[in-house]
Design a protein around this ligand. Structure first.
Ligand code: DON
Length: 309
């Protein structure tokens, strides 16, 4: 069964929104703390082209860690899995997304997976282009294809806010550079990374990105194969094993779909062969996932049997 009824979706959004007081808006990136914790919007996009939404569909938010799945898809297409997994591993960590501890304890500072900050920075260091500007354009053009929208941009204020305060991410880069896991200029990697994290979409556009992954890399709106099926498969697998950070196991049990979160409060869901989901709820739980977004997904799973398991 699918959610093809805007009224039911609105009722579920209102129910989940009531829990926003239990979450907290991210503040370690100063520009993110302006969001209102009780905002909650959701869109569900289907392969036939129809879409259902609730809440303020026009409200844009930055992708933050959701961008990690997009850059991963790009480098997998450009270099193939073998070269990518030479730089970054495939295993969940059980540690917070910005932890440095596993870089210290492994023999070489190879990040455990591309969904933690260290792994995503290693992936960003592989993005093609001869300058930060070219690399950011390359990522943006891919997002335009995924969303089918030519006007996608990034939020300069959020990008600068993170770039000027991101000492821990810089440390992760230097640590990996010291061990030869990443090459290149750390400031340039940080510029590209903070801009990719600041790409802004609304929840309908995010649902469309989720739908492309759900449909094995084919954009059903244009019928274009945007990425090979194998790349979409690897990305969805990471969404299941590491997409919700050190809460991925609980998420697999409670909801059971490939999904990726960001500290802005965004969650992208890809229900294989069925639908893409875009959610924005900036009230976060202690792990850094959207508290209201998770509640909403739980309600949707109960009602529409979304789990793949
Ligand atoms: O690197 C950071 O810390 C942020 N730009 C992204 C982190 C993030 O979204 C983690 N999400 N739950």
């Amino acid at each position: 069964m699918a959610c093809r009824d805007g009224q039911t979706l609105s009722a579920l959004v209102e129910k989940a929104r009531k829990l926003s007081f239990e979450g907290k808006v991210a503040n370690y990136i100063p520009a993110l703390q302006k969001e209102s914790p009780d905002h909650l919007s959701c869109a569900i996009a289907y392969p036939e082209g129809d879409c259902f939404s609730a809440g303020d569909i026009n409200k844009k938010f930055t992708l933050q860690s959701i961008s990690k799945i997009i850059t991963l898809a790009l480098v997998l297409m450009d270099y193939g899995p073998e070269r990518v997994f030479h730089r970054v591993g495939m295993e969940p960590t059980g540690d917070p997304f910005n932890s440095i501890i596993k870089l210290e304890t492994s023999s070489k500072a190879k990040p455990l997976n591309p969904m933690i900050n260290a792994g995503a920075l290693a992936v960003t260091s592989m993005i093609k282009g001869s300058s930060a500007e070219e690399k950011v354009d390359y990522i943006m053009n891919f997002v335009k294809k995924l969303t089918n929208e030519p006007e996608i941009d990034y939020c300069e204020e959020v990008a600068i806010s993170e770039f000027t305060t991101s000492f821990l991410n810089r440390s992760l880069c230097f640590y990996m550079k010291g061990d030869g896991v990443i090459h290149g200029n750390v400031e340039e990697i940080m510029e590209v990374y903070t801009k990719q994290c600041a790409i802004r979409l609304n929840c309908l556009q995010l649902a469309r990105v989720g739908l492309v992954f759900a449909m094995d890399g084919r954009n059903p709106l244009t019928d274009e194969q945007v990425m090979p099926k194998e790349v979409a498969r690897i990305c969805k697998t990471f969404m299941v094993t590491c997409g919700m950070y050190n809460a991925s196991g609980e998420f697999a049990i409670r909801i059971g779909i490939p999904a990726k979160s960001g500290v802005s409060g965004g969650i992208m869901g890809s229900v294989p062969g069925r639908m893409g989901i875009g959610i924005f709820g900036p009230a976060l739980n202690e792990v850094g996932n959207s508290h209201t977004g998770l509640k909403l997904l739980e309600l949707l799973q109960e009602k529409y049997d979304l789990s793949m398991f």
